[in-house]
Design a protein around this ligand. Structure first.
Ligand SMILES: NC(=O)c1ccc[n+]([C@@H]2O[C@H](COP(=O)([O-])OP(=O)(O)OC[C@H]3O[C@@H](n4cnc5c(N)ncnc54)[C@H](O)[C@@H]3O)[C@@H](O)[C@H]2O)c1
Length: 254
């Protein structure tokens, strides 16, 4: 893809799942990648990706909802990398509750998915302005378009991500920063297995049921989302901003 080589990319939640696949793909495309994640496993992931691609991959253990940690890590990124060209807001907290959601449920999911994502973006933008241009890709979901039973807490945040995307696309356009969201269907990651456990569902039965909801008859693979994120970050997407791009195997088309 055009325009990725030598770029500095920050991927939140890159220790596993979609974020890991995105970090790997951007690194293969020649980016210098920063993985920001709560999980210490991110360090191993960074070392493994770097040894395959040969490009620098850094890891910082932070909670994106902790403002002072976010501020410090972007100071460090500024010192070591000098700028940021690409930000992938991928980290998310998963709480699946309906009308019974407590104020604590709401606070804990909003703290990470909305406030955390906003803090990361706020502290990243000065480094993108330094770069003279940038691309921000926010992970929304098919859950940002439709209602799903017992998913109110999660879906509210995925709808909100699309709102943030459109507002930031307007606000950041004077700095040549494009902002888009990528919206996957079901992708088989740990989050899927964990959501089944949270909802008391049999994982394999649920996989079979969910697969049929996609025109392609299966869940997606993290690499399929990573390719789309890399495209949105690249110069091949230079006239795309404020957009929601589905990577959903036809889930919403049915
Ligand atoms: N897996 C799917 O089916 C699917 C579908 C649509 C959208 N998405 C979106 O893709 C993104 C990634 O999903 P996933 O399935 O890879 O999830 P995952 O749970 O496998 O990975 C999420 C990562 O984010 C990190 N994280 C969570 N809270 C954090 C915090 N406060 N600070 C820093 N890091 C934190 C976790 O440690 C983890 O490494 C999410 O935004 C999710 O909403 C996933």
């Amino acid at each position: 893809m055009r325009g990725l080589k030598g770029k500095v990319a920050v991927v939140t939640g890159g220790a596993q799942g979609l974020g890991h696949a995105v970090a790997q793909r951007l690194s293969e495309e020649g980016c210098n990648v920063w993985i920001l994640d709560l999980k210490q496993d991110g360090e191993k992931a960074a070392i493994a990706i770097q040894s395959e691609s040969g490009n620098p991959v850094y890891f910082a253990r932070i909670d994106i909802s902790n403002e002072s940690q976010v501020e410090k890590v972007f100071l460090k990124i500024g010192e070591l990398s000098g700028r940021v060209d690409i930000l992938v807001n991928n980290a998310a907290h998963f709480i699946f509750k309906g009308i019974e959601a407590t104020p604590q449920d709401w606070k804990s999911i909003l703290d990470v998915n909305i406030i955390g994502t906003s803090l990361v973006t706020q502290h990243c933008v000065p480094l993108m302005k330094k770069a003279g241009a940038g691309a921000i890709i926010n992970l929304s979901s098919v859950s940002g378009f439709i209602g799903q039973s017992s998913f109110a807490t999660y879906n509210a945040t995925k709808f909100a991500i699309r709102g943030l995307t459109k507002c930031w696309a307007i606000d950041l356009s004077p700095y040549r920063i494009r902002v888009n969201s990528v919206c996957p269907g079901y992708i088989r990651t740990e989050a899927f297995d964990n959501s089944c456990i949270q909802l008391g569902l049999d994982i394999e039965e649920e996989n079979t049921r969910i697969s049929k909801l996609h025109i392609l008859g299966r869940q997606g693979h993290p690499e399929e989302v990573a390719g789309t994120v890399a495209f949105m970050a690249s110069d091949d997407a230079s006239f795309i901003t404020g957009e929601d791009l589905m990577v959903d195997g036809g889930y919403l088309a049915k």
